[in-house]
Ligand binder design. Structure first.
Ligand code: DHB
Length: 394
């Protein structure tokens, strides 16, 4: 622990002196340290984000504001301590101007003190716990918060005749945010939360909790599990016979992931869920994105995390243009604040006060279109800010 802190302090000093002597013009290569879970439980996340980053660079080139862009990809193996060490090495040895990726909340939080100390922007392309943007003034998020999708899901459920709900979430930051924000909104509207169930993030077994759901017989089960875990959940939901029990499945879109959807089978047809992106989003920007992504990746469907990665690269490129190529971390973050653009998911912006993403949330229904399963959007809640931070401000 002590040794690690010393290494970090030495690194920060080295960085500080580098910043003083190099100046913007002298640095010809801008390095982006991309830390992703390429192996381990969250490997599907790494695959999606990495593919999107590569696509963005292929489409937009490797020169920005006269500087050469170099992306250095590191595999954190889905482990926070590994991510922290990699971030330190990227900052101290590779002298990256930006850290990006962060495939899980504990990873984003482990890297935040390094971003602060080195004054390097940390672009969070995945992790969705509300508090992450408060962990460092250098964090800027292009993904989402769980409350952004859970609150509209609760509102839709109560308005559509669902009165009794059991919630089931992965037991860590984003799951707890999803549970709390869904339950608070649903109860405020007049609904009843029968039970709040949690499963471990690592190697979850859904059987015992699904038995509790079967016993409680709520109108609906609201679920959050992180990207990649939805298929196993749906499999066990069906094995327990819950699909035929009259308990409606409602969820955040993380569970009904576009990437896994076709593999889940027809049992998920009709499932209502709320999220920021669907592969099926009907816009020219998204059609072009999906086509290019599939072409570059053997037909793989882009999911919501790919879009966060793609938008994260846009944010970095455009911020560098605004600073005329300066990699000063404070200038880059200032340039990112308030930035607004059209993403494959729809219009988005970075809230200048919180550095968090503002985006549309869509209510979707799983449907079969031309032989494939898609999340088909049927209602839009525009420009949603993180409800957790909005509530704190009041
Ligand atoms: C987080 C990870 C995910 O894959 C996801 O879909 C939502 C949240 C997280 O760790 O914050």
């Amino acid at each position: 622990m002590l040794r690690r802190d010393l290494v970090l302090t030495a690194g920060a000093l080295a960085l500080a002196s580098m910043g003083a002597s190099s100046g913007a013009a002298a640095q010809e290569t801008v390095k982006i340290g991309l830390i992703l879970p390429m192996t381990g439980q969250q490997a599907s996340t790494g695959k999606q984000v990495d593919a999107a980053v590569k696509l963005y660079v292929a489409q937009h080139g490797t020169t920005v504001a006269g500087k050469k862009i170099e992306v250095i990809l590191k595999d954190d193996t889905s482990v926070p301590d590994v991510a922290k060490r990699l971030a330190q090495e990227l900052v101290v040895n590779d002298k990256v101007a930006v850290l990006a990726g962060m495939g899980l909340t504990p990873i984003a939080l482990a890297v935040a003190p390094i971003a602060t100390q080195a004054k390097v922007p940390e672009i969070v392309m995945v992790a969705g716990t509300s508090t992450i943007t408060e962990a460092s003034p250098f964090v800027v998020r292009t993904s989402f918060t769980l409350a952004q999708s859970s609150v509209p899901m609760a509102e839709w459920a109560f308005k559509n005749g669902i009165k009794k709900v059991v919630t089931l979430v992965s037991d860590y930051g984003p799951g707890i945010d999803a549970e709390k924000s869904f339950s608070e909104k649903f109860k405020a509207d007049g609904g009843t939360i029968v039970e709040n169930l949690r499963v471990p993030l690592r190697g979850p077994d859904f059987s015992p909790v699904l038995q509790k759901v079967a016993d409680a017989k709520p109108d609906a089960l609201f679920v959050f599990v992180p990207s990649g875990a939805g298929a196993q959940f749906v499999k066990q939901f069906v094995e327990r016979g819950l699909d035929k029990s009259g308990v409606k499945l409602i969820a955040t879109g993380d569970v009904i992931d576009d990437d896994l959807l076709n593999g889940m089978g027809d049992v998920v047809i009709g499932v209502i869920n709320a999220h920021n992106y669907s592969t099926y989003h009907q816009s020219p920007t998204n059609k072009a994105y999906v086509e290019a992504f599939k072409k570059a990746n053997n037909g793989m469907r882009p999911n919501f995390l790919s879009v966060s990665g793609y938008d994260g690269m846009h944010l970095i490129y455009e911020a560098l243009k605004k600073t005329n190529g300066s990699t000063d971390g404070e200038k880059l973050v200032a340039a990112m604040k308030g930035m607004a653009w059209e993403s494959p998911r729809g219009p988005i912006s970075i809230d200048p006060e919180t550095r968090d993403i503002v985006q549309n949330i869509y209510i979707r229904k799983v449907e079969k279109v031309d032989g494939e399963l898609y999340n088909v959007e049927f209602a839009t809640i525009p420009n949603v800010k993180d409800p957790v931070k909005a509530a704190k401000k009041k």
